[in-house]
Design a protein around this ligand. Structure first.
Ligand code: G6P
Length: 489
């Protein structure tokens, strides 16, 4: 059922996110190398077959010239992607600035940056202007490709103005917005100078989704307390217009991980890792090198555990994969130095000529290597200070059918609400408690591990990413039908 220009007759879904699921590297004046990055959102939407999906987003590169823009647009079209071009200055002020230096820390309860709070209102203002400008550029591209009946699904804190801008172009557009981070308590949100504008812009959407019920509740409270609007069981009402607000917890494509473990190269990798760490328990952390992930606190807890339990000193190893991220933002640069310093000190303190207690890697692993690592792990440490959901905890569980290892999980990760009964929940700020939990996890009897694993495994295989995406989009369609019925009544 192909129609012209490669679209099928299924309902069209335009997914708009800051980053495209493809990273572009320029190899010549008009040639590009495209690398698919299979993040959570991509795999979620791969399994949703009832829609014809197109992605709209920033390709992650600066392309100032027309030849480059045209050739990249053509190359991306083959991957069903449509680029939004942002110049370097906008990226600096919008992405590094307003998104990742202001909204990201604020939504994770780390507050507003000191410099902005003290004096530099000019820099705050210019970052906010760039944020609006970038959102407008996204809206222009969406509007250019939009056709009647399309569903537009906007993602994350980068695009909070997008629902408003899209509705300005076309009130009939079906617009959903989903936040992948926590939405903080209204008392935190109200510290943001542009608090009301952001809320009002999001409320222009037909359906607003969050990972947990708590985040949805915080958002509704912010709308009632800051904007003085009315919260209803359905969402937020403003002069008769209802914006539906609800929780849609994301999942993973668990079968992809389970299948990978059957591949010969993954089995070989597992064998090598088991040999390499024979006689030692393996603990694992996999995080982007981000302050919300609580990596320094986690490593300090591991140090405390070693200090208090000398018998374990050469019998356990912590493998910490720390994927570099947002490296142009000063806070992230400081964090990298801090983590290196702590790891070096602990390895110097507890290492021997032949082994060190912490293996710290500043890079990502390929999918198969990651699956093998999850499979040989005895204890996974997910100790984020705050986290929207945290899918590493889900991926670990998917790869543990044989080993039935233990998950130590932060109570401040969204995943604590779904995997809480199977994991050992900790307050990541309490280093003494995390250190004690490590000891507990390492000595947990097999029947208890089995019970906990079964609980979590059942959850992650039934609440998948595909189910998440399918539910959100069909609720968005239903919301619009209901709204039309209401206005006819
Ligand atoms: C979080 C955000 C995503 C973002 C990802 C990677 O998970 O919610 O929207 O894409 O981090 O961050 P980056 O800044 O590299 O896109």
């Amino acid at each position: 059922c192909e129609k012209k220009d490669g679209w099928s007759s299924k309902q069209r879904l335009l997914v708009v996110a800051n980053r495209l699921p493809v990273a572009a590297v320029r190899t010549g004046e008009d040639s590009w190398q495209l690398e698919i990055s299979a993040g959570g959102l991509v795999s979620a939407l791969l399994g949703v077959n009832e829609f014809e999906t197109r992605w709209i987003g920033w390709a992650g590169v600066n392309v100032p010239d027309e030849v480059g823009q045209r050739s990249l647009t053509e190359a991306l079209a083959e991957k069903r992607c449509i680029p939004v071009f942002l110049d370097e200055e906008v990226v600096h002020q919008y992405y590094n600035g307003y998104c990742n230096n202001i909204l990201w820390p604020l939504f994770h309860y780390l507050g507003l940056p000191q410099e902005d709070r003290l004096a530099t209102t000019r820099s705050f203002q210019s970052q906010f202007s760039a944020y609006k400008k970038a959102n407008q550029l996204f809206a222009d591209v969406v509007n250019e490709h939009y056709e009647e009946g399309d569903v537009v699904w906007c993602h994350d804190y980068h695009l909070m103005f997008l629902p408003k801008y899209l509705k300005k172009y076309n009130m009939q557009m079906k617009v959903g917005w989903f936040l992948h981070t926590p939405f903080p308590s209204s008392e935190i949100h109200r510290t943001l100078p542009s608090r009301s504008k952001l809320l009002r812009s999001v409320l222009a959407a037909d359906l607003v989704g969050f990972h947990t019920y708590d985040y949805a509740r915080h958002f509704v409270s912010a709308c009632t307390r800051i904007l003085g609007l009315e919260g209803t069981p359905e969402g937020v009402e403003d002069q008769g217009k209802l914006t539906r607000v609800a929780a849609f917890p994301i999942g993973i494509d668990s079968s992809r991980f389970i299948r990978a473990l059957e591949l010969p190269q993954v089995k070989e990798h597992i064998r090598e890792l088991k040999e390499r760490f024979a006689g030692r328990k393996v603990m694992l952390g996999v995080d982007r090198l981000d302050m919300i992930k609580g990596i320094p606190q986690k490593i300090l807890a591991f140090e405390k555990f070693l200090e208090e339990n000398p018998v374990w000193q050469d019998k356990v190893v912590l493998l910490q994969i720390a994927v570099p991220t947002r490296t142009d933002v000063p806070e992230y640069q400081k964090l990298t130095c801090q983590v290196h310093e702590i790891v070096g000190r602990i390895n110097g303190r507890f290492g021997t000529l032949t082994a060190v207690p912490i293996h710290h890697l500043d890079r990502s692993l390929d999918f198969h290597a990651l699956c093998a690592l999850y499979a040989v792990t005895d204890v996974a440490l997910v100790t984020s200070l705050r986290d929207g959901m945290n899918l590493v905890s889900y991926e670990f569980v998917a790869c543990q059918a044989e080993k039935k290892g233990v998950l130590i999980l932060s109570e401040f990760a969204g995943a604590a609400q779904s995997l809480g009964a199977g994991a050992i929940l900790v307050n990541p700020w309490n280093i003494t408690e995390v250190a004690a939990s490590i000891g507990y996890a390492l000595t947990l009897p097999a029947d208890e591990r089995e019970k906990r694993h079964q609980h979590n495994f059942m959850h992650i295989t039934t609440h998948t990413s595909q189910e998440w995406a399918g539910t959100f989009v069909s609720e968005l369609n239903d919301t619009i039908v209901e709204a039309q019925l209401r206005t006819r009544q």
